[in-house]
Structures are given as structure tokens and as C-alpha cells.
Write a protein that binds this ligand. Structure first.
Ligand SMILES: *Cc1c(COP(=O)(O)O)cnc(C)c1O
Length: 353
């Protein structure tokens, strides 16, 4: 059977993904891993992770145990790190799948040690106050306390890597430097994508980039050296002509001020086209800009195609591509991460070299 022609398609360039990883890895003094949580930021972990592994990536990071177990079936040999910490009842699964927990407290460290320990990281909070053990708690621990539980790495996370001028960066850098000195002999994991671009003080031994791999801009106020990875295309479902005064869409929030040609496109908020974008955004047909009219529906969106006139059903309409993820994020009042991770499972993924 032919693939259906009435739904949106996310085209993912595995070549661009790999070249982004290589570029970030070239900026890392030691190892560069890859963060593939949330289905590799919506691109599809089942294809993204093996492509990265084939390119030489050895360290993978996910948020949850379920993600880690799925990744283990794809990559039998890789080092798989789980950010969410350690629940006592999950220790057997962690061990059976040879996963590396990121331990977030002295209690989790103790639980891991009691279960026999094994390769793991200790996450120490240096100023974000999200996850990780406090600097106070860390100061009570020695390298030996960690290595006797198999813990071979300390980790911390930057709160403001996307805004290099933020004062918290220097504060976290100094705290992390002291930690590295307090735990001699242990490796460090420090940078996310923005951290890598912010330079060597923010990188550590095993970097954990995510957003930059997938073509998002890790520092939206600066130019990015990374390449776009996704292109989102949806089919035109129907064209019609409307008159001055005619309403468009739910709530009749758009009223035509002149006769126009409008087209309904098969992508809506259930696919990840954020409803809040409303009239702020546009799509492209053959390069022509077609503004969004009125409210975005669950499965469709209505656009002004007067510039090009009526088009046949099935005409491909570009949602993301020429429009960058960063540009769409600005329309929606959000960040690149949320645009990518909102692209729902209904959208078909197609992979390209
Ligand atoms: C998500 C996440 C990353 C990846 O960050 P990016 O900004 O996407 O590069 C790295 N480390 C931790 C702890 C994370 O939660």
C-alpha cells in the first residue's frame, strides 16, 4: 500500500544530524555524547541514536528509565545515562540493562552502593536548583565514597547556557571548577549544546548536547554554526475563493477585508502546530509566503494563497524548513525545544541521508 497522502511528514536529515554532532564534538577537548531524550527531540530516537553511534558517539543521555530501556534494545554496547535519578524499585532494571544512573542525592548514592554499585554519575547542583545533590552535601563526600560505589563521574548542568552573558554562568563555572578539584580522579560531565559553544570552561570530559544536534539554535540571540535537520511538510486539502466580509475558521476571528483565495492545509495543533501562533505565522507553497488566517484547528490550518491562486489537493506546503525552528518558536512565544518535541506521533517521519 502507498503511504497515505493526507497527513503531515517530518523529513529528518540524518546527515545533518551527524554533521552537527561532529561539529560539536570537534569543540570538545574530550568526549562528546548525545542527548536523545523525548524521542531524540521529536526526530525519532530509533533512527537518530543508531546514526550517531555509527558516527562514533559512545555516550547517550535520556531522561527516563523507559527511554533508556528502549535505547538499550537499539544500542547494545553504548553507555546509556539516565538523568531522572534512582528509584529503589528500578535498581534491578537499571542493572539488568547495564544503564548508568545519574544519582541526584547522597541517598541515591547510598542505595546504589547498597545494591552493589556500578558505573554511574553523581549529579551536583551548581546553581539551577532543579536536580542534583547540593554543594553542601557534596562537600561531605570524598572521591573514595563515590568510587567505592562504582561512580566514576561527576555531573552538573548549566541554567543559562543559552544566554552567555548571564552572570550565573561564571558562578556555576567557578563552583564546578572547585568540585572537579574536590574529586580528583573522577571524570566530569558538564556542557549541554550551549555550554559547548560557550567554550572550554563549560565543557568537561563528556558533553551532553541535545538541541544543537537537531538543528535548534542553542543560543537564540547569536548566530548558530549548526545546520537545520528537520523539514515539516503538509498537504493542501482544499482551495476556495471567499468574498470581502467572509469569516474564516473557528470563532470567526478572521474576516476577509477583500476577496481572496484560501487553502486548508492538513496540519493542526494535534500535529504540533501550536494553536497560539494564530495569525502570527505563515506557511510556504513553492516559496510563496501564505499567511495563516484565523484559528489553527486540531487537524488543519487555513492560509491565504491569493498570491498564487487556487492549488490542487496534495500540493506540498512547507511548514518548517525555510521557516526555521527558531522563527516558529518566536511566533509561538516558546523555544526551539518545545517546537521540536511537540511534533506529535501522528506526523510521519521520513529519513534522508
Ligand atoms: C536536556 C538536557 C541536556 C541537553 O541540553 P541541550 O540544551 O538540549 O543541549 C543536557 N543535560 C541535561 C541534564 C539535560 O536535562
Amino acid at each position: 500500500m502507498n503511504a497515505p497522502h493526507d497527513q503531515a511528514v517530518l523529513h529528518v536529515s540524518l546527515g545533518a544530524l551527524v554533521s552537527n554532532w561532529k561539529l560539536l564534538a570537534s569543540r570538545c577537548p574530550k568526549d562528546c555524547g548525545a542527548t536523545v531524550k523525548a524521542n531524540a527531540y521529536g526526530t525519532g530516537m530509533d533512527r537518530a541514536a543508531p546514526a550517531l553511534a555509527e558516527a562514533g558517539c559512545k555516550h547517550f543521555f535520556v531522561a527516563t528509565l523507559a527511554e533508556a530501556l528502549e535505547l538499550r534494545t537499539l544500542l547494545p554496547e553504548a553507555a546509556i545515562n539516565v538523568f531522572s535519578g534512582l528509584s529503589d524499585d528500578d535498581i534491578p532494571s537499571m542493572k539488568a540493562a547495564k544503564l548508568r544512573p545519574v544519582l541526584n542525592s547522597p541517598e541515591e548514592l547510598q542505595a546504589w552502593a547498597n545494591a552493589g554499585g556500578g558505573p554511574a554519575s553523581l549529579h551536583i547542583d551548581t546553581g539551577m536548583n532543579r536536580l542534583g545533590c547540593s554543594l553542601d552535601n557534596a562537600s561531605q563526600l570524598t572521591t573514595d565514597d563515590l568510587t567505592s560505589a562504582g561512580v566514576d563521574r561527576i555531573m552538573s548542568h548549566l541554567a543559562c547556557a543559552d544566554t552567555p552573558d548571564h552572570a550565573l554562568n561564571a558562578k556555576q563555572r567557578d563552583a564546578f571548577k572547585s568540585l572537579a578539584a574536590a574529586f580528583p580522579g573522577l571524570a566530569t560531565s558538564w556542557a549541554n549544546s550551549g555550554g559547548i559553544l560557550n567554550g572550554k570552561d563549560f565543557i568537561g570530559d563528556v558533553a551532553r548536547p541535545g538541541i544543537g544536534l537537531y538543528g535548534g539554535n542553542p543560543r537564540p540571540t547569536l548566530d548558530s554554526p549548526l545546520s537545520p535537520v528537520v523539514r515539516l511538510v503538509a498537504p493542501l486539502l482544499q482551495s476556495r475563493s471567499i468574498e470581502k466580509g467572509d469569516p474564516v475558521g473557528y470563532g470567526s476571528t478572521f474576516i476577509a477585508q477583500e476577496p481572496m483565495t484560501v487553502a486548508t492545509i492538513g496540519i493542526g495543533y494535534a500535529d504540533g502546530l501550536h494553536r497560539i501562533i494564530d495569525g502570527a505565522g505563515h506557511v510556504r507553497v513553492d516559496g510563496a509566503i501564505c499567511p495563516i488566517l484565523g484559528r489553527i484547528s486540531m487537524d488543519s490550518v487555513i492560509t491565504n494563497i491569493s498570491a498564487i491562486g487556487p492549488q490542487p489537493r496534495g500540493t506540498p506546503v512547507e511548514i518548517l524548513g525555510t521557516t526555521t525552528v527558531t522563527e516558529m518558536a518566536a511566533w509561538a512565544g516558546t523555544i526551539d525545544y518545545e517546537i521540536l518535541t511537540s511534533i506529535s506521533p501522528r506526523v510521519v517521519r521520513k529519513y534522508h541521508v
